[in-house]
Design a protein around this ligand. Structure first.
Ligand SMILES: C[S@@+](CC[C@H](N)C(=O)[O-])C[C@H]1O[C@@H](n2cnc3c(N)ncnc32)[C@H](O)[C@@H]1O
Length: 438
């Protein structure tokens, strides 16, 4: 990615954080190219600095703004991110404070802010000496944007604090073992042989949780598809779809293909799986993921909301609509969501979600089942969508999810982030009645 690398690791981290905060770029876009070619220890540090600074940005920035007596000069605006990174290290890492401060000062010099090295030194030294002051708002305490704290506390009066706390923890690395290669005991044994300690999952039948995250290259048989990396909440889609041999299945928002792979592993005798996504570039990721597990699907690049453009008129028995969403259930894996998402996005996302649901519904066979899923924890994108949809569709029947996870909303089940170590996720199952029933 042009413009972020070059110079010290700390200067690179500063530029990356600055781009997330001020140019709306995601860590997923700008971090991987910056990591390329770095030795393992530097990769780990750069990742931690960028993720940690985004995770704690709202809280650290409140502290920083208190200490800055006037705004930073525009041409040295990047120093804000350098200082946030320094504060992150003082508050949340074991790096020796004097080293964090010294390197921050040197990086200010490297970034051309020679006259401001004293300011950087002074702010970090004072922060170290005085410690953190008591946060004055929940948004600062939990380091989230105010609009999100307001929505979560209104949506989940009993759970919002636990959710915000979970969002600030690191997510475990969860795996799905391929039942064509392993059962639970052999999967655990294979991991143990490779020096990886893991536990059975708490929700999904083929889930395992590693005690410590590791590069996928260390997972035995990963390249041959014996294991896939997937959060447990995401794995639950296969059970809800009630897959059976001979069915035609549509995965309507499929890229990068995590759930397409789970579907194909779960029921290898499906007649056809259509994996559709509007992002042509991301379709390549589906191919890679499916090839690795030795499966295949018909890939289609199209807007799921416009069936005239892609549907041949043969109805699907099963549809998974894993709709584009705010990602508010996966903040612990993508802490930059707190900085990138705007309150106004939610209404737009909800309109898209309903539009996609309406369109996919047309392609579902009578008696068929559609599973609506998001990795959001906002009712506006979840239960409200299903409620609005059901109210307008007499042929749609909501099928209660009687499994023992999550919270029943009346219009689907909500998994609360971190409740059983899994991501925040929402599922609703809808079945299509014959027209004469209605
Ligand atoms: C939550 S992600 C899907 C994740 C995927 N199901 C998995 O498990 O790996 C949502 C996907 O929806 C796609 N998308 C967004 N708008 C779409 C549309 N109108 N039609 C089809 N796909 C769309 C995005 O490109 C993105 O890949």
């Amino acid at each position: 990615m042009s413009g972020v690398t070059g110079g010290s690791l700390r200067a690179t981290a500063t530029r990356i954080i600055h781009q997330v905060v001020h140019s709306g770029q995601s860590l997923g876009q700008i971090l991987p190219p910056a990591l390329e070619g770095l030795p393992a220890d530097e990769r780990g540090r750069l990742q931690d600095w960028c993720f940690g600074s985004c995770r704690w940005w709202h809280r650290l920035n409140a502290e920083l703004q208190q200490r800055l007596h006037k705004p930073l000069p525009k041409r040295h605006a990047q120093l804000e991110s350098l200082l946030i990174l320094g504060l992150y290290q003082l508050r949340h890492t074991r790096i020796a404070p004097h080293a964090a401060i010294h390197q921050s000062v040197e990086t200010a010099r490297e970034l051309g802010a020679h006259q401001l090295t004293g300011l950087v030194n002074g702010i970090l030294r004072k922060s170290l000496r005085d410690g953190e002051s008591e946060p004055v708002t929940d948004a600062i305490r939990y380091s989230h944007p105010e609009w999100l704290v307001a929505k979560l506390s209104a949506n989940w009066p009993e759970h919002w604090q636990a959710m915000l706390e979970a969002n600030n923890r690191r997510a475990p690395m969860s795996l799905r073992y391929h039942t064509g290669h392993h059962d639970q005991a052999s999967a655990l044994a294979a991991l143990a042989d490779a020096g990886l300690s893991a536990q059975p999952g708490q929700l999904a039948p083929h889930a395992l949780q590693l005690d410590e995250a590791c590069p996928v290259e260390r997972i035995p048989g990963f390249a041959e598809g014996h294991f896939s990396v997937q959060d447990e909440a995401a794995q639950l889609c296969t059970q809800l779809l009630e897959l059976a041999p001979g069915q035609r299945v549509l995965d309507a928002c499929a890229a990068p293909g995590g759930k397409t792979g789970a579907i194909l592993e779960h029921e290898p005798d499906l007649t056809e799986v259509v994996a559709l996504d509007s992002d042509r570039d991301r379709l390549g990721r589906i191919t890679e993921n499916l090839e690795r597990i030795g499966a295949g699907a018909r890939l289609v690049a199209a807007d799921a909301g416009d069936p005239d453009a892609w549907w041949d008129g043969t109805a699907f028995d099963r549809i998974l609509l894993d709709a584009p969403c705010s990602g508010t259930g996966v903040i612990r894996r993508h802490p930059d969501i707190k900085l990138l998402r705007r309150e106004t996005d939610i209404r737009e996302l909800a309109d898209t979600q309903l539009r996609l649901l309406e369109a996919c519904w047309q392609t579902l066979a009578i008696g068929g089942r559609l599973v609506y899923a998001t990795c959001s924890v906002l009712q506006q994108e979840n239960a409200r969508i299903i409620q609005r949809f059901i109210n307008g569709h007499m042929d749609a029947q909501l099928v209660p999810i009687t499994l023992d996870w999550g919270i029943e909303t009346g219009y689907g089940r909500q998994l609360i982030t971190g409740e059983r170590e899994q991501d925040g996720f929402f599922y609703a199952c809808l079945e299509k009645n014959p027209a004469h029933w209605v």
